[in-house]
Design a protein around this ligand. Structure first.
Ligand SMILES: C[S@@+](CC[C@H](N)C(=O)[O-])C[C@H]1O[C@@H](n2cnc3c(N)ncnc32)[C@H](O)[C@@H]1O
Length: 211
């Protein structure tokens, strides 16, 4: 199984959500050309709605690539907000600077060129949103870390929790990434400090309210 959302439904939603934003469209074009895994416009819109619904001003991203998800957070959080990004690849950070400057949100963004969970530990503090999109074998350890660094009422948002259906019985490919996503989901749902829901958009987005 690779498609979770019926492609016709996906296309229908894409058209509804299209705001014609040139920077966003260029970032999506780059993702297509490079086969780079961005969250895409459907999840991007969800991130914006979630950010604005809780009035989030302090957001920490684990795994930022060239800033596509950060574009949505930074826009939704507004002027004076703080979006911290983490990325190991220097060329992605340079690309992010170009895109997010043109989108007029670079002044709200701080990139850490560091392993993402180490960067969150080093930054410390509490955040309104922690967003998780790192390599999937690293997912399980993020549950406790996010709980420790979110304010009550904050959101822990994680991409790819349906992992193209490889989490389903009989579909497991035996790889560490799949094991990571499955273990992560089990830990998240078992955690008494989170109320969790999964939105099956694109590859599955877990939204967990920090209680
Ligand atoms: C799936 S992409 C994220 C894309 C981004 N969230 C978006 O939707 O635009 C994951 C990115 O995180 C980076 N990454 C993965 N694991 C990481 C880690 N443990 N620490 C820092 N960066 C990491 C990868 O280099 C990659 O660019």
């Amino acid at each position: 199984m690779t498609e979770i959302v019926n492609p016709r439904i996906e296309e229908y939603l894409r058209r509804r959500y299209d705001d014609g934003d040139p920077v966003r469209l260029e970032m999506e074009e780059m993702a297509r050309a490079r086969r780079f895994p961005i969250v895409g416009p459907l999840v991007g819109r969800l991130l914006e709605v979630l950010t604005r619904s809780i009035g989030a001003r302090r957001i920490f991203e684990l795994g930022s690539g060239y800033g596509y998800s950060a574009l949505h957070f930074a826009r939704a959080a507004g002027p004076g907000s703080s979006v911290h990004c983490t990325e190991l690849a220097e060329d992605n950070i340079r690309l992010a600077e170009g895109f997010l400057t043109r989108a007029a949100v670079w002044d709200r963004v701080t990139y850490h060129r560091q392993e993402a969970t180490a960067a969150l530990r080093a930054a410390g503090g509490t955040w309104d949103i922690i967003y998780n999109d790192i390599d999937k074998d690293g997912y399980p350890a993020v549950v406790e870390l996010a709980h420790a660094h979110l304010r009550p009422g904050g959101l822990f948002i994680t991409d790819n929790v349906l992992w193209s259906g490889r989490v389903l019985d009989g579909e497991d490919d035996g790889k560490p990434a799949t094991a990571g996503v499955k273990e992560f989901t089990a830990r998240l749902f078992a955690h008494r400090g989170f109320l969790t829901s999964i939105n099956p958009t694109r590859d599955g987005v877990a939204v967990a309210l920090r209680l």
